[in-house]
Write a protein that binds this ligand. Structure first.
Ligand SMILES: Cc1cc2nc3c(=O)[nH]c(=O)nc-3n(C[C@H](O)[C@H](O)[C@H](O)COP(=O)(O)OP(=O)(O)OC[C@H]3O[C@@H](n4cnc5c(N)ncnc54)[C@H](O)[C@@H]3O)c2cc1C
Length: 480
């Protein structure tokens, strides 16, 4: 039985590769990581094909132009000063940046009370917000010191299977919060962090491993201000610039269904065609990589891993106004607090357009309740919270855009994937390890700035470099 199965597979392999195109490398997934891998391989003289499921490139990097002319980013938008590889890419394509607007008073809404304040307070303590009792603030800050010390224990790289890591990985972040904060404010402060920060999904604290939170804060720290700058024209312009270099070697609307891999090469199967290559880079979040059929099957650790890495739960909402009206009141357009729907919103207006744009998110448990509402009720809920932050003028926007990332089958959520308890220390070693001629890329694979554009660029570059070196050191083989 086994013999005949192997025989059929071998015949299938030979048949499929006949008449198919043959490349040095096929990249599956035209997000930022996949495009970087393909571009770098092509630049080093390799033949490359990119195959993308959607009818557009960019994945979670996705721009749109409003009727006003302003560009908005439906996916990621911010960049920070230590995100070196992404900054190098921006410089290479001469994409100009500007500081995220922050002049004026920020608004803090807590337990129904509204306060305006000057210091900056975004996931990290940078000054005591008004309206918070001294004892509450002290509680959060004492816990913060403990938390911060724990984040320092990690060497570079992914978390390893040490005794200490196993202990941290056996707990949720919620357990740590319960043990380390005494006040409702302290509890909210750390829970808000889990919902607001990029590498954490966003996730509710009860869903995410303590080890993942601590390690993520080590390799993608909020103290390095990953939201410091925005891009003129938006991040969504970048995929098109990379694709322009790829000699039309991008196939859209073609989900990859199966990858056959063997000692001599790989075959990639879609509903529309079959492609042969020396190597394949699968560049997407782990759960989507796990939906592809592999022949022969992947090692059991990898199979188990991809069953356990969920995407964060978030909708991004972009609300535009004819002008940034909040500035007329001396407000920065930055709000945070324990509101019913919106815990964080930020002025994302490009100063060169004059249009006002607020970017905001509905995440975690709030998202689950919100997405079940009717369209008009969802919009009313978001605008009502914005009005609490910035006044009733917020109720009459020029445009309102919702991006429901968990409903997108080619993302399954956003901002990124996160690790529940036990995953890093039981299956983490399979996250980035190549399997024969299959290499993995995507922001989730990064060990610096995972969950951010920077992580995507780094993993795309690394996959391209590994494959380039292999191709350079071994003579080109016939793939059939
Ligand atoms: C709402 C939101 C806000 C964010 N904010 C920021 C931010 O401000 N700053 C920041 O740095 N990062 C931010 N991020 C994260 C950032 O967008 C991602 O880290 C990055 O874009 C991921 O790129 P990627 O190439 O790893 O994955 P993706 O962009 O997800 O690319 C994977 C690609 O694979 C394709 N694919 C999947 N399955 C198949 C298949 N079977 N066959 C073919 N193709 C397939 C998908 O369609 C997709 O195009 C945000 C993300 C979201 C969603």
């Amino acid at each position: 039985m086994q013999e005949s199965e192997a025989f059929i597979l071998e015949k299938e392999r030979i048949m499929l590769a006949k008449n198919s195109n043959s490349y040095d490398c096929v990249v599956v997934g035209a997000g930022l990581a996949g495009l970087m891998a393909a571009r770098n391989l092509q630049r080093s003289g390799q033949t490359v094909l990119v195959i993308e499921a959607r009818d557009r490139v960019g994945g979670r990097m996705h721009g749109e132009q409003l009727p006003s002319g302003q560009w908005i980013d439906r996916g990621g938008q911010w960049v920070g000063s230590t995100q070196d590889r992404f900054l190098a890419l921006l410089d290479e394509y001469q994409i100009r940046r500007f500081p995220s607007p922050s002049e004026g008073k920020k608004v803090f809404l807590y337990d129904g009370n509204r306060y305006e304040f000057d210091g900056f307070f975004q996931g990290l303590p940078e000054g005591e917000p008004p309206g918070v009792r001294e004892a509450d603030w002290q509680d959060a800050m004492t816990a913060w010191e403990r938390f911060d010390a724990l984040t320092k224990i990690f060497p570079p790289g992914h978390p390893q299977q040490t005794e200490q890591n196993q202990k941290l990985d056996s707990q949720t972040f919620a357990q740590w919060i319960a043990e380390n904060t005494q006040t409702a404010f302290g509890h909210w402060y750390f829970s808000y962090m889990a919902r607001a920060v990029g590498f954490l999904g966003p996730a509710e604290p009860s869903q995410v491993s303590l080890l993942h939170v601590l390690w993520g804060q080590n390799c993608a720290p909020q103290s390095e201000h990953p939201e410091a700058e925005l891009l003129h024209g938006g991040a969504g312009q970048i995929p098109g610039k990379i694709v322009a270099e790829l000699d039309h070697q991008v196939r859209l609307g073609e989900p990859v269904l199966q990858i056959n891999h063997h000692a001599a090469g790989v075959e990639i199967l879609t509903a529309k065609g079959q492609y042969a290559a020396q190597y394949v880079v699968v560049s997407m979040p782990p759960h989507l990589a796990g939906r592809i059929i592999y022949h022969p099957p992947l090692p059991p650790l990898r199979e188990q891993l991809t069953q356990r890495v969920p995407m964060g739960c978030c909708a991004k909402i972009l609300v535009s106004y004819d002008r940034p009206f909040w500035r007329e009141k001396g407000l920065a357009g930055i709000g945070l607090g324990n509101c019913e729907w919106i815990e964080l919103c930020a002025d994302s207006s490009d100063p060169e357009t004059g249009v006002g744009v607020i970017a905001t998110f509905v995440v975690g448990d709030r998202y689950r309740r919100w997405q079940a509402m009717h369209d008009a009720d969802r919009q009313a809920a978001v605008l009502s919270d914005l009005a609490n932050y910035f006044g009733d003028r917020a109720l009459t926007p020029a445009s309102y855009d919702e991006v429901d990332w968990p409903s997108d089958p080619w993302a399954g959520g956003g901002y990124a994937a996160f690790m529940p308890p036990g995953v890093w220390t039981s299956f983490g070693e399979a996250l980035a390890a190549p399997v024969g001629r299959i290499y993995w890329a995507g922001t989730e694979m990064a060990d610096r700035w995972p969950g951010f554009f920077e992580g995507a660029v780094r993993t795309g570059e690394a996959a391209a470099e590994s494959i380039r070196a292999l191709l350079q050191n071994s003579p080109r083989q016939e793939t059939v």
